[in-house]
Write a protein that binds this ligand. Structure first.
Ligand code: TYD
Length: 136
């Protein structure tokens, strides 16, 4: 599971005179059952979010409004992804360090997650993450 396992997923989009609608189905658009939903908002332009990796968690991040960058890092390779459309999401597999940055004003990031919140699932220390990724 490396940065190339992560992928931008095109979501269905229905547009008519009233506007647009997109949706996500577990097992269809994401390879996991959705156990938790959270969202980032009131984001400060100059602040970063993320700065952690998860041991077991699978996630899909969707820019419901605005745009931002997500830098993925598997300990060997980095990949920067710009998310700017509510009809696409970024699937992030376990054991990927991620930094979210360059938030456009009023951006909202919706996150679908495979497990409930569990602080024990986090690497918040980059060196500990690197050691787990690249054991001596
Ligand atoms: P944090 O992990 O710092 O957010 P980010 O996704 O930007 O890295 O989480 C901020 C706080 O919110 C932290 O105290 C943990 C708490 N939190 C929950 O209680 N439940 C959740 O589902 C999430 C994602 C965070």
């Amino acid at each position: 599971m490396d940065v190339d396992t992560c992928a931008v997923v095109a979501l269905p989009k229905f547009t008519d005179a009233r506007g647009s609608l997109s949706f996500v189905e577990a097992g269809v658009h994401v390879p996991f059952a959705i156990e938790r939903v959270y969202y980032l908002y009131d984001l400060s332009k100059d602040a970063g979010r993320g700065a952690h990796a998860h041991k077991d968690l699978h996630q899909l991040m969707i820019p419901l409004a605005g745009s931002f960058d997500i830098v993925l890092d598997d300990g060997a390779q980095k990949r920067r992804i710009h998310l700017a459309s509510p009809s696409e999401g970024l699937y992030i597999c376990p054991m990927i360090w991620r930094d979210l940055e360059n938030f456009e004003p009023n951006s909202v990031c919706l996150v679908l997650a495979s497990r409930k919140y569990d602080e024990a699932d986090y690497f918040r220390d980059y060196d500990a993450f690197l050691k787990a990724r690249n054991p001596a």
